[in-house]
Design a protein around this ligand. Sequence first.
Ligand code: HEC
Length: 219
Amino acid sequence: MLQKSTKARVLLLAQAATILVFGGVSAASAFGPSSPEERAAARAERAAAEARRAEAAEAQVTPAVAEAEADDADADTAEAEAEGDATEDAAEEELVEQTIYDGVFTAEQAEVGKAVYTANCASCHANSMRGGPGGKRIIASVINTKYADLPLSAYFGFMQSAMPPGQEGSLTDKEYIDTLAYILQTHGAEPGDQELTADYEKLDYIIMGRKPAEEPAEQ
Ligand code: HEC
C-alpha cells in the first residue's frame, strides 16, 4: 500500500515536470538547434521528457492511490528509481545521427510520394521542385543551404503544418512522409533499406546536410 502511494506521488511530480520540460523544448525547437552538441542536448531532454510522460500516463490509470500519505525517504528512493528507468529507456533507443544521403527512405516510398506530390504540390512548386507560378523552390539550394545543418524534422514540420497553404495537415502522416521521400530523391539522395517514418524523434536524428560531393574543400 505504502509502496503504491509513494509511486503515485512521484509520478504526479514527474507529470508536472513533464509539462514544464515540454513547454520549454517545443518553444526552443521550432527551427531547431543547429550544432551537433545543441542537437544532442535537445534530444536528450526530449527523450527524458518522453519517458516522464509515459510514467505520468501510467499514473493516470491508478488515480485512487494519489491522495495517500507516503514517507519522504521512500519517495526519494522511488524517484531515483523512476529516473533510472527513464535513463535506461532513453539509452535503449540508440539513435545515431545520419544524413539524408544515408539511404533513409525506400524507393517504394518515393514512388508513392511522387503521386502525392504531383497531385498536391506540383501546381505551385513545379514537377522539378525548383519553383513555379505559386511557390518557390523547395530543393537544391533550399536544402543545401537553408536547411543544411537542420534535422529533417524542421523541414517535415514545415511541410506538415503549412503545406499545401490553406489545407495544412490535409494529408495523412504517410502521405506527407512519402512525399518527403520523393522530395529527397528528386534532390539527389539515394533510396535505401530504411523506411522513413513520421516520427519526429527519429527525424531529429537525420540531418539534411550537404550533398557529399558538394562539400566545400577544406582550406
Ligand atoms: C498553392 C500553392 C502551394 C502548394 C499547393 C504547395 N505549396 Fe509549398 N509553398 C508555397 C509557398 C507560397 C511557400 C513559401 C511559404 C513561406 O515561405 O512561408 C511554400 C513553401 C514550401 C516549403 C518550404 C521551402 C523553404 O524555403 O523553407 C516546402 C518544403 C514546401 N512548400 C513543400 C510543399 C509540399 C510538400 C506541398 C504538397 C504537399 C506543397 N508545398 C504545396 C506554395 C504552395
